[in-house]
Design a protein around this ligand. Structure first.
Ligand SMILES: Nc1ncnc2c1ncn2[C@@H]1O[C@H](COP(=O)(O)OP(=O)(O)O)[C@@H](O)[C@H]1O
Ligand SMILES: [Mg+2]
Length: 224
């Protein structure tokens, strides 16, 4: 299987000279195209740090991160931000929706920020609204939605460009278990129907059960 994510000997530490904490200590990990992976581990074990590095939002002290065959440390800023916008989708624990935009405008935001015409993307929008089950909420604002609906809106926004990779940091961490299950079913569907590779941080064994494989971070290393 071809790998879409290759992490090789990545180290990352934080802090000053005298109080440095080694958060990731020679982490290596390969994710195949269209795999759905769960990343687990105790609080503070470096899961979010690893996702940030993958998203190009921070840089490792050493080691290599190769996404879809490209070493991100060797990419220019413009290429990296393009990859971030179109090649990857992000979903967070606290939805991160824009409160004064409707559901459909939140979903279209990545396209609008790219200078694309929302009108030309009607079909795409209708289809994704259908997929996430929010067709009847398209004109609602985030504060008129339940947590689960807000997260489904955030998922729609993350995949409107049909990215190759979806990175999710505790996407059900702020949801009741029924809404959490809905999000996991949505992730499964997106993964299978669109072939989007998913790397999801979770504390929940029920959520992890939806993925193909569970990887555990502990003491800065991946447990095999
Ligand atoms: N920007 C930062 N500056 C300083 N320390 C950080 C930073 N980001 C994370 N850390 C530290 O790195 C460790 C791992 O954090 P994190 O990756 O958020 O863990 P997890 O997501 O597994 O709970 C924690 O001890 C945290 O305090
Ligand atoms: Mg975290």
């Amino acid at each position: 299987m071809e790998n879409i994510i290759e992490i090789k000997d990545v180290c990352k530490s934080f802090g000053g000279k005298d109080n440095r904490t080694q958060v990731l200590n020679n982490v290596s990990l390969s994710v195949g195209k269209s795999e759905f992976i769960s990343l687990m581990g105790a609080s503070g074990s470096g899961k979010s740090t690893l996702l940030y590095l993958l998203g190009g939002l921070d840089i490792p002290d050493s080691g290599e991160i190769v996404l879809d065959g490209r070493d991100i440390s060797k990419m220019r800023d413009r290429a990296l931000s393009k990859l971030r916008r179109k090649g990857m989708g992000f979903v967070f624990q606290f939805f991160n929706l824009v409160q004064n935009l409707t559901v459909e405008d939140n979903i279209l935001l990545p396209l609008v920020m790219d200078g694309r015409s929302p009108k030309k993307n009607r079909e795409k929008l209708d289809s994704i609204l259908e997929t996430v089950g929010l067709s009847d909420k398209r004109k609602s604002y985030p504060n008129q939605l339940s947590g689960g609906q807000q997260q489904r809106c955030a998922v729609a926004r993350a995949v409107i460009y049909e990215p190759k990779i979806l990175l999710a940091d505790e996407p059900t961490g702020n949801l009741d278990s029924k809404s959490g299950t809905e999000i996991m079913e949505l992730f499964s569907r997106i993964n299978k129907e669109k072939g989007i590779t998913i790397l999801m941080v979770t504390h929940s064994a029920e959520c992890a059960a939806y993925s193909d494989k569970v990887i555990t971070l502990s003491d800065g290393k991946i447990l095999s």
